[in-house]
Ligand binder design. Structure first.
Ligand SMILES: [Fe+2]
Length: 185
C-alpha cells in the first residue's frame, strides 16, 4: 500500500482511495495490480513479465510505451551507491517514469510546482510520473527493490538534472512495515 508524506503540511496519506485521489489531482498515475499473480519464488525477469503480461500490454497501449523490463537492485548490486546517486538527485525525463513494484520498497520524492511530497511504494503499487515532473528516488532501509519499468523510448532511462539541491534537504525516510497508523489524519 502506497504511503504519501506531504512534507510541508506534515500530512501522511495512507488510505488507498485518498492516496489515489491526491496523486490524480497532481497528474500522477497510481494503481494497484494483483501481486499475488506471482508466487514468492518467481523473481526472474521472464517470470515477472509473463505474470503481468496482460496489465503491461494494456498500459503500453494507453501510454504508448514500447518496452518493458525488470530492474532488480539490492545491497549486493555492484556500485549500488553510485547508481543511487544518479537516482537521488532531482531530475526530469522527456518521457513518463512508470514503475510497478514487485518486491521490496522505495521512495519517490515529487516536486510538483514547489509542493514536495514523498511516495513510498510497496509490492503491488503502480506509479506513473509524467514526463517533465521534477522528482528523485531512493531505496528504503531494506535496500532492495524489484520493479517492472515501462519506456516510451528504447534508449531507456535518461535523467536531466535540475541541480536545485532540493533533494539534499529531505531524508529518505520510509515508514516501512513497522509503521502504525496513528489515527489523527
Ligand atoms: Fe527518474
Amino acid at each position: 500500500m502506497v504511503k504519501i508524506n506531504v512534507t510541508g503540511e506534515k500530512k501522511v496519506i495512507d488510505q488507498q482511495s485518498a492516496a489515489q485521489r491526491f496523486l490524480a489531482e497532481r497528474g500522477i498515475r497510481y494503481d494497484r495490480w494483483d501481486i499475488h499473480k506471482l508466487s514468492s519464488a518467481e523473481r526472474n525477469e521472464d517470470q515477472i513479465l509473463k505474470a503481468f503480461s496482460d496489465e503491461i500490454e494494456t498500459l503500453k497501449k494507453e501510454g504508448n510505451y514500447l518496452v518493458a523490463d525488470v530492474i532488480n537492485i539490492d545491497s549486493k548490486t555492484p556500485d549500488l551507491e553510485t547508481m543511487l546517486e544518479k537516482f537521488k538527485k532531482e531530475h526530469v525525463h522527456s518521457e513518463d517514469e512508470v514503475r510497478f513494484t514487485i518486491y521490496g520498497s522505495g521512495i519517490f520524492y515529487i516536486n510538483k510546482d514547489g509542493e514536495v511530497f514523498s511516495i513510498e511504494v510497496e509490492p503491488g503499487d503502480l506509479l506513473g510520473v509524467p514526463a517533465g515532473t521534477k522528482h528523485w528516488f531512493d531505496l528504503c532501509q531494506d535496500r532492495h527493490i524489484i520493479a517492472i519499468r515501462l519506456f516510451q523510448n528504447r534508449s531507456g532511462w535518461t535523467p536531466y538534472y535540475t541541480n536545485s539541491g532540493l533533494d539534499g534537504k529531505y531524508q529518505p525516510l520510509c515508514f516501512g512495515p513497522a509503521y502504525i497508523h496513528n489515527g489523527d489524519h
